[in-house]
Write a protein that binds this ligand. Sequence first.
Ligand code: PLP
Length: 504
Amino acid sequence: MIRLRRRVYLDNNATTSVASNVRKKIGAVLKNLYGNPSSAYRIAQDAAAVLEESRLSVAQAVRAAPEEIIFTGSASEANNQVLKSFLPDVGHGRTKIISSPLEHSSVMATLEYLGHHGVDVVFCPVDSDGRLNMEALEALADGQTALICCMLANNEIGVIQDVAKVVEIARRQGALVMTDCVQALGKIPVDVHSLGVDYATFSAHKIHGPKGVGALYVKQGSPLQPLIHGGQQEGKLRAGTEGLHNIAGFAEACRSIPDMLAKAGAVAELRDRFVREVAVLLPGIHVNSRAVQCLSNTASITFPGFENAELLAFLDYHGIGASAGSACNTQDNSPSHVLTAIGLRPEEARQTLRFSLSTYTSPADIRYAVSVLGDYLLRRNLPVTMVSPAQLDENMLFSGNLFVIDIRSGYDRRLLKGLPNSHQTAKAALKDSLRLIPGDKNVLVACQTGMDAPMAAYFLRSKGYRDVGFVMGGVLAWKLFQPELYRKFGDLNATRLEQGTGTP
Ligand code: PLP
């Protein structure tokens, strides 16, 4: 329907593109090594050999011994496994876990779960750059502390923590330390032995490897319970036939880490240029990724007065992928816990975007992104309006001045009813239906979850429609926020746009 000018991917902390050597390796493993590594015959043993070779490569990338590496299905799983090993009934005697408040949701949610199961979870404060307050940590750690959990580098603001210092404090109290190294790997050198931690977690898809595979480093002698039971794999600590193609892809990506580290300086230069050029676009723009020790690729920027969802939609329309905080939280509109922990007010957090570069990001990508941001912030292109489901009450829906276009697929429509008086059309058919859309009304585009409508709304803007909006979160969010209206008016008078129901 819409031809994008170019594509610029600035969300590498969410995930990265898969490197060509990794794709090749995965293909070769899928083709040739289909044996089950747990079986005894030659075909299977070839697979087992690649499994161990991969373990060695991942271990070498983080300076661990191969027997200290367990492959998992994701870093989220690895984080869960470590933390759930500290449930009180597992029997370590100690019941307290101290954590930084900036952890990934796979840690935060698991800590919440542990809190409901007898663990005393305590959060150590951070400063406005996100650095852990070591004096506070020292005061919180005591003889009841089983574990201190602190990520090496943060996914939203890039702050790098002094994990070796955390280990020093933990050891004085006989506590263990877990660190999430997902964002650090490939961006800064990671050496689990010199950090001194007991547990470290990693994910392949953040280093141009495949999705769906993680690794857990467990220092020899540190306690760990299986999360998934039912097999002998991974030293009986992670049951399930190994996804060898993913594991081999992970190992292949790890072999490129020296190259990624060598390019980190160039990435930092591009990131710094991006931040410098964006910061002068408008007064009041605020940079949150400003710690002295910060990932070279990450820029978290607050744009006062601009809703991040609207800005993201504008960037998306122009082919730029960025994010509002962690990818794991994009479906709800809650302010980022990381940004609020470093002192941003919820409304400031909702005005913040994260841009994350990779070694594949080019200077031209950065120039383009700065220019598109400038268009939006300086109103060189009038934006579309983001309509929250809370605004979609009876008054607005039946105002008479609203023309609702429902671009959902037939399948989505069977799952959920649409807004009343909506004009249904396929996304791809919008271009041919323009003559049916009145130019003198407020045009509101709705899709199922809010992912498709912004693009269509910008398309209509580009075709000269002045007042165009989209429903944030789509009809799904409308149903959740307005269950009564949904029940009463869902699908009321909905018609096909192509049948000429619009005013030509
Ligand atoms: N930890 C951090 C800091 C992350 O950024 C992520 C991914 O967003 C994860 C853990 C989860 O990794 P995975 O996608 O492998 O579960």
